[in-house]
Design a binder for this molecule. Structure first.
Ligand SMILES: *[C@@H]1O[C@H](CO)[C@@H](O)[C@H](O)[C@H]1NC(C)=O
Ligand SMILES: *[C@@H]1O[C@H](CO)[C@@H](O)[C@H](O)[C@H]1NC(C)=O
Ligand SMILES: *[C@@H]1O[C@H](CO)[C@@H](O)[C@H](O)[C@H]1NC(C)=O
Ligand SMILES: *[C@@H]1O[C@H](CO)[C@@H](O)[C@H](O)[C@H]1NC(C)=O
Ligand SMILES: *[C@@H]1O[C@H](CO)[C@@H](O)[C@H](O)[C@H]1NC(C)=O
Ligand SMILES: *[C@@H]1O[C@H](CO)[C@@H](O)[C@H](O)[C@H]1NC(C)=O
Ligand SMILES: *[C@@H]1O[C@H](CO)[C@@H](O)[C@H](O)[C@H]1NC(C)=O
Ligand SMILES: *[C@@H]1O[C@H](CO)[C@@H](O)[C@H](O)[C@H]1NC(C)=O
Ligand SMILES: *[C@@H]1O[C@H](CO)[C@@H](O)[C@H](O)[C@H]1NC(C)=O
Length: 453
């Protein structure tokens, strides 16, 4: 019995020995606590510089608690009572019982924070996630996230990639949840000292230093806390930063909308109604390019999402031809295409570390040969009309679209230091039953170029 007690006490000592409490440096009217959970492989003291800056910026009596986790692995299972334990320490250090409690975390710590905030929702008045984001399971109307959350993330974060954060912008840009992107900031800018090997491997080079990053973060954290304390639903600073964030995000949101991004709304597939997307606008655009018809004949193209290999198989369809119209200018060809978006295998884990847009769109289209014949009534040779890298042509249009609509800074960075993408020739099979479904886009890397075939 004694032995067991001794061991459990020892465990307590080990697991909690390096919790950090930062007592307030100011005596403000508001008594506030922020419990901040570190990222993986980053011990609590790596967050002292950021959180001391937050104390400097704040006018409140701001207590900070940074818990430590075994092996610096900040998961709830390893310290399920972490919130209670930190509160005990805070009260012991003189924090009044009526202080307002905020919870937050960086990176994996932000994932842990958001489940803890649900368990303690009666105690936690707001949450701050940095280099992290509310998980997809809360995006559905049936699982609304219950604790007001401010998400802060860097434009150049290589772990919580900005493309995933923009999904958060789409869902969480209004009270009670906000998402703000900080220009030039990367993942490690939030913490201090030596990055973990995982961060070194994945992060993007930042364009601001740690001092600036900590100032930018602190301003937004303090502003959000005061918004909550004043029972407001926004502030001029949040509004301004939301505007900037939306301007930055708009091209990528537009691209996701063209794609028919499944995480904005699931595909209908077989369903005919409900909250689902019927098809992709980009596939319709691709079919227009495929046709080679310029504007001589109008095309009315509608796309439907289906799993392309599922039985009963869904095929593309052409409803009519131009033989009955007097001039081709009056002719409208009605075309139906079929699309299945395919996302990265890592997408299901929602870690933010992979690209979010479709990795590939499997689209069944009507051949150029068939459409040319429908337009002019003449025979065309498939080997001439279609065996000329038409897939590559469509892919080139998507790359061109991205370069046309990308923000100036983003495009400039891509051209200066990005891996330039070059569309290669089609590799086929071009017209051999379902084989194309299992022949994905191939990426050929050389040192400087990224060729997509
Ligand atoms: C919080 O408690 C202190 C006493 O510990 C009291 O003086 C103060 O007025 C209380 N503040 C609020 C906002 O209730
Ligand atoms: C960080 O960047 C700012 C602005 O460029 C600069 O004024 C400051 O000296 C830098 N701080 C450090 C520690 O490098
Ligand atoms: C905010 O609302 C709470 C609860 O309704 C109230 O106790 C508090 O005084 C309000 N604070 C301000 C600044 O209005
Ligand atoms: C944000 O944008 C809205 C709409 O474009 C505008 O009305 C508002 O003044 C802007 N706010 C700030 C603080 O820039
Ligand atoms: C669509 O419905 C058919 C039967 O009508 C079924 O066999 C097929 O699995 C369904 N496909 C999907 C994606 O649900
Ligand atoms: C479409 O335009 C291109 C370039 O002007 C031309 O080469 C091609 O023949 C046109 N196609 C049709 C079907 O008119
Ligand atoms: C395409 O045809 C459908 C069905 O006839 C019609 O509802 C739709 O308005 C047409 N779209 C365009 C852009 O003309
Ligand atoms: C065009 O459509 C008409 C009426 O459906 C049909 O009789 C004719 O064979 C079609 N022409 C071609 C070239 O497919
Ligand atoms: C098209 O190419 C295939 C394979 O090269 C060949 O078997 C077929 O005869 C060609 N068809 C025409 C109409 O040229």
């Amino acid at each position: 019995m004694l032995k067991i007690l001794a061991i459990s006490q020892l465990f307590y000592l080990i697991s909690c020995s390096s919790d950090i409490i930062l007592e307030p440096i100011k005596t403000g009217a508001n008594k506030v606590a922020l419990i901040f959970i570190p990222g993986a492989e980053l011990p609590p003291d790596r967050y002292n510089p950021l959180l001391k800056q937050t104390q400097l910026t704040s006018l409140d009596s701001l207590w900070i608690a940074i818990p430590s986790f075994p092996q610096d692995l900040p998961v709830e299972q390893l310290r399920p009572k972490v919130v209670d334990e930190m509160l005990t320490k805070l009260y012991r250090s003189g924090m009044p019982l009526n202080a307002t409690i905020f919870l937050g975390g960086h990176s994996l710590g932000g994932i842990t924070s958001q489940t803890l905030a649900i368990s303690y929702q009666n105690k936690i008045f707001g949450q701050i996630l940095i280099g992290s984001f509310l998980q997809r399971k809360y995006e559905t109307a049936s699982a609304i996230y219950p604790v007001s959350t401010l998400t802060l993330s860097g434009e150049l974060d290589g772990l919580a990639r900005v493309t995933r954060i923009i999904e958060s912008v789409y869902f969480y840009s209004n009270y009670p949840h906000f998402t703000l992107i900080i220009p030039g900031m990367n993942h490690m800018n939030t913490a201090s000292g030596q990055p973990s090997s995982h961060i070194i491997k994945n992060d993007i080079e930042s364009e601001i230093n740690e001092t600036i990053a900590h100032e930018e973060l602190s301003l937004r954290i303090v502003d959000y806390i005061s918004m909550r304390l004043n029972n407001q639903t926004t502030t001029p600073m949040i509004e301004y930063n939301l505007n900037q964030t939306k301007l930055f995000s708009q091209p990528y949101l537009d691209a996701l909308n063209l794609e028919g991004f499944y995480h904005f709304m699931p595909p209908c597939y077989n369903k005919t109604n409900g909250n689902c997307q019927i098809g992709s606008q980009w596939s319709a655009y691709g079919q227009k390019i495929m046709s080679g018809l310029n504007d001589t004949v109008q095309l009315n193209i509608s796309d439907q999402f289906h799993i392309v290999y599922k039985i009963p198989e869904h095929f593309p369809r052409l409803d009519n031809n131009c033989s009955s119209t007097k001039s081709s200018n009056d002719c409208i060809l009605y075309v139906h295409t079929v699309t299945q978006n395919v996302y990265d295998v890592g997408d299901q884990f929602d870690s933010g570390e992979t690209h979010t847009s479709a990795e590939e769109m499997r689209v069944k289209m009507i051949s150029r040969q068939v459409l040319l014949t429908a337009a002019d009534g003449k025979a065309h040779n498939f080997n001439q009309t279609d065996a000329q890298s038409l897939c590559g042509l469509i892919n080139q249009h998507s790359l061109d679209w991205a370069l046309e609509y990308a923000g100036a800074k983003t495009k400039d960075r891509y051209q200066r230091i990005g891996k330039q993408m070059i569309i290669g020739d089609d590799i086929g099979p071009l017209n051999a039953g379902p084989l194309w479904i299992w022949t994905p886009l191939v990426r050929i890397f050389d040192r400087k170029k990224r060729i997509v075939q």
